[in-house]
Ligand binder design. Structure first.
Ligand SMILES: NC(=O)C1=CN([C@@H]2O[C@H](COP(=O)(O)OP(=O)(O)OC[C@H]3O[C@@H](n4cnc5c(N)ncnc54)[C@H](OP(=O)(O)O)[C@@H]3O)[C@@H](O)[C@H]2O)C=CC1
Ligand SMILES: CC(=O)N[C@@H](CCC(=O)OP(=O)(O)O)C(=O)O
Length: 310
């Protein structure tokens, strides 16, 4: 029997991209709500309760409302793409590659919190170095990033693309999150296994999809003896044999003159790089992904497939 999937928020940015990825699949049946009824609570409740897996692509409050609509119905499994449950211990964090056991946890659980786009890059870079002991307790981690504007959902897309928008954004690149309290800091801290909250400075560029996340590090403040090569080796060992997250060989990255934030737009993979000068004192860890690919919709479909494989 085909698994029934309902995407609550299917007409939004993340939901639409999940729908596109599911087009043509014969192993699942998509339950759908007409666009004009997308906020019809009774219809949503009915569809949510009819699904085998509900994928929530809604703002946090609406996600919590959907979870309430499913209270007492333990048959429906949930993938939530919002920030609402990402540090809730009752939910599995939907980043399969972050640990050897995580894929099985996602496969076997009922509640999965899909990671945020920036945390996917940041945790992908940081967590293996914490696990290997390279990034010590107390290290003051900084994370700098640029996202495609689709990361801001329908509202930001309209602000940038619609010349009639009452609150247009015209800057080709802008910083935001200036009070340094971005909603992704808690999940970066918890799932990055950091003992100090990182300093996170996000930005948006005038391109729809794509993302660069950077974590610059001082080698002298890491585990004694850490080098560009040893950090690259630790990341490579962690992701060995995987194809969704890969570590670019130093032989390839050393000659690069620049990184294009849109290189992986439309793809569900993530590339990790270690930059710096051999025998230098600094490294820059870089994650390249699509904010709507491995950063959102691609990860949600990956998690759904894992859950269906149970
Ligand atoms: N865009 C991205 O790159 C990423 C997004 N996410 C997360 O995914 C979730 C969805 O974001 P995104 O797709 O960007 O947002 P959008 O604003 O593009 O889409 C959200 C959709 O949810 C609908 N909606 C809002 N409130 C309700 C409600 N109370 N009941 C029913 N439907 C509702 C909206 O309808 P309406 O049109 O009427 O407002 C819209 O269709 C968010 O939690 C976001 O943080 C996660 C990672 C990356
Ligand atoms: C460019 C932009 O605005 N990006 C969004 C994050 C997108 C994302 O990862 O979404 P959630 O964590 O909300 O699921 C932001 O900074 O709020």
């Amino acid at each position: 029997m085909k698994a029934k999937i309902f995407i609550d928020g299917e007409h939004g940015t993340t939901g639409l991209q999940i729908r596109t990825r599911m087009a043509g699949r014969r192993d699942v049946e998509l339950l759908s709500i007409p666009e004009a009824e997308r906020r019809n609570a009774a219809m949503r409740e009915d569809l949510l309760n009819s699904a085998d897996i509900a994928i929530l692509c809604l703002p946090d409050d609406a996600s919590k409302e959907a979870v309430r609509m499913l209270e007492g119905n333990n048959k429906v499994r949930i993938i939530d793409t919002s920030t609402a449950y990402r540090v809730d211990p009752n939910w599995a964090y939907g980043f399969a590659e972050m640990d050897k056991e995580q894929g099985a946890k996602i496969r076997d659980t009922r509640l999965v919190a899909n990671p945020g786009c920036y945390p996917t890059g940041a945790i992908g870079l940081i967590r293996p170095l914490r696990a290997a002991g390279i990034l010590p307790d107390g290290y003051p981690v900084s994370i700098n990033a640029v996202s495609g504007y689709s990361g801001g959902g329908k509202q930001m897309i309209a602000q940038i693309e619609d010349p009639e928008n009452p609150d247009p954004i015209t800057a080709p690149h802008f910083l935001y999150g200036l009070p340094l309290k971005h909603k992704h800091v808690p999940e970066m801290t918890v799932h990055g296994r950091l003992d100090r909250a990182p300093l996170f400075s996000p930005s948006v560029g005038k391109f729809a999809q794509g993302m660069i996340v950077q974590v610059p590090l001082h080698l002298e403040d890491l585990q004694t003896g850490s080098t560009l090569e040893s950090i690259h080796a630790a990341l490579s060992a962690h992701y060995a044999g995987l194809d969704i997250v890969t570590v670019v060989p130093l032989s390839e990255s050393t000659g690069l003159a620049r990184i294009d934030a849109t290189e992986l737009a439309g793809k569900d993979t993530m590339k990790l790089f270690v930059f710096g000068t051999p025998s230098g004192s600094h490294v820059n860890l870089v994650a390249l992904l699509d904010n709507l690919g491995k950063g959102a919709s691609g990860a949600a479909v990956q998690n759904m497939d894992l859950m269906l494989s149970a």
